[in-house]
Design a protein around this ligand. Sequence first.
Ligand SMILES: [Zn+2]
Length: 95
Amino acid sequence: MSYQDVRVLCGNCGSDATSIENPAPDDLVTCAGCGASDRFEDVLDSVNDHMLQEATAGIASALSTGFKRGGFDGFKPAKLAKKQFRWTSTVKLEV
Ligand SMILES: [Zn+2]
């Protein structure tokens, strides 16, 4: 897996969150676009949840493609409910 700079994005409007140097859990992170704000700790939780969903969707999609190529055409990946996240990130996982 490769690492890159991570931008935190507002789940509401997609703008960048303003960055904080050495943030503490209680520091407020604010969206530069719509002004939404949350505690840094809660922002991390949301970004983490979002990444888990992206990873799960990526794995389901890779499985589905793999099964089809292997001749198992009927494989249906589990349907994932798309959640609305307050904060997301630019992290891309490669499966
Ligand atoms: Zn926003």
